[in-house]
Design a protein around this ligand. Sequence first.
Ligand code: ZN
Length: 148
Amino acid sequence: MKLKIFALLLLCLAAAPTWAATCSTTITGNDALRYDKSSITVPKACTTFTVTLKNVGSMPRSVMGHNVVIAPAADVDTVINDGATAGLDHDYVKPNDADVIASTKLIGGGDSASTTFKVAALKPGVPYEFFCTCPGHASLMRGKIELK
Ligand code: ZN
């Protein structure tokens, strides 16, 4: 019986397709206003893509909260300004903001949050970026989305 389970396990490992696209990524944000990534690659082969943010800092959400918001590069400033108006209670993202492709909640040190979006929402040829909308953070916490 044990041998059979072991054989099945091997089969599963062998069957894992090497061509399968990775349809998720994890980003960390810290108390020094830095993400650990400056770009994210979103494979076109994915139907949906999930971004998980881990705040590896130690300060609370109200002091050093971070989120990950994805929007067309041309709309980043507007999204940040609208987010500042929406305030902490709305995770610094305007509710139902049409410019926002995806956004996580704003989280404090030790917390994590995810957001999943449809890859079809990213139009080829349009530059997209990910950034933190906590006021003042996006000057450092900002990176590019690459659709490949
Ligand atoms: Zn931040």
